[in-house]
Design a protein around this ligand. Structure first.
Ligand code: PEP
Ligand code: MN
Length: 265
């Protein structure tokens, strides 16, 4: 890792290049856990864009604990993400679980996400490292910082320098009140260890919508480069992660609060 150097990952989007990293505005990524249908993804995209988000997130291929839970709409969801991109100009971030899907995902995605459960899927890391799209590498739920950085190193070593690290909460002993423990200490720690930009995901980090705004503010106070926030037009009806999803109204309010703290884009 090139520690100590200023760093940025520049991502081209339909609306222009967006820079993640030191001395740049905080980049906000927002959208539903899963792409459910055209109406909801396009509506959500318009709402989060109006609030100031630069990227739309949404899963087409979902890593679900239960094989009987909604698995994502796959390829047809990629088409809906392309429609939302076209309608809004937002960049798209979506997850790849299987290297066999990477090419078609990379046709639509401006950033390819590797999820927590695949952080040490070394074959997948080599594949995303060998293609051109920037990669969002989520921290494994029980990964140490060194393991996480070594996973990033796989992508860099395969030839792709554009990696963003995303803290999404880790497993600790008390999961009664929160889904995970959001480890905000990674912000100062990673700043001393790596040049790579960092994103904080308080949605998966807490698992509860009511806790997301405070943790988003804490992440900004601790110097995050970016935030990922799950937003759904009707969280009670969401096919995945409804309890941690903000409504578009609540997200808009949060963005106004964040803008008081930092330059957010
Ligand atoms: C997601 O971003 O919806 C997701 C499944 O995240 P994670 O890999 O952090 O659980
Ligand atoms: Mn989710």
């Amino acid at each position: 890792f090139r520690n100590g150097e200023s760093s940025q990952v520049i991502v081209p989007t339909p609306d222009g290049a967006v820079s993640f990293g030191k001395n740049h505005p905080v980049v906000v990524v927002a959208g539903p856990c899963s792409v459910e249908n055209e109406g909801m993804i396009v509506e959500t995209a318009k709402r989060v864009k109006a609030a100031g988000a630069k990227f739309l997130r949404g899963g087409a291929y979902k890593p679900r604990t239960s094989p009987y839970a909604f698995q994502g709409h796959g390829e047809s969801a990629l088409e809906l993400l392309a429609a939302a991109r076209e309608a809004t100009g937002l960049g798209i971030i979506t997850e790849v679980m299987d290297a066999a899907d990477l090419e078609k995902i990379a046709e639509v995605a401006d950033v390819v996400q590797v999820g927590a459960r695949n952080m040490q899927n070394f074959a997948l890391l080599k594949k995303v490292g060998a293609q051109n799209k920037p990669v969002l590498l989520k921290r494994g739920m029980s990964a140490t910082i060194d393991e996480w950085l070594m996973a990033a190193e796989y992508i860099l070593a395969a030839g792709n320098p554009n990696v963003i690290l995303c803290e999404r909460g880790i497993r600790t002993f008390d999961l009664h009140y929160v889904r995970n423990t959001l480890d905000l200490s990674v912000l100062p720690v990673l700043r001393s260890l790596t040049h790579l930009p960092v994103m904080i995901d308080p949605s998966h980090g807490t698992g509860k919508a009511e806790y997301v705004p405070d943790m988003a503010k804490a992440a900004i106070a601790a110097g995050t480069d970016s935030l990922m926030i799950e937003v759904h037009p009707n969280p009670a009806k969401a096919l995945s992660d409804g309890p941690q999803s903000l409504t578009p109204e609540r997200f808009d309010h949060l963005m106004q609060e964040l803008e008081v703290m930092a330059k957010v884009m």
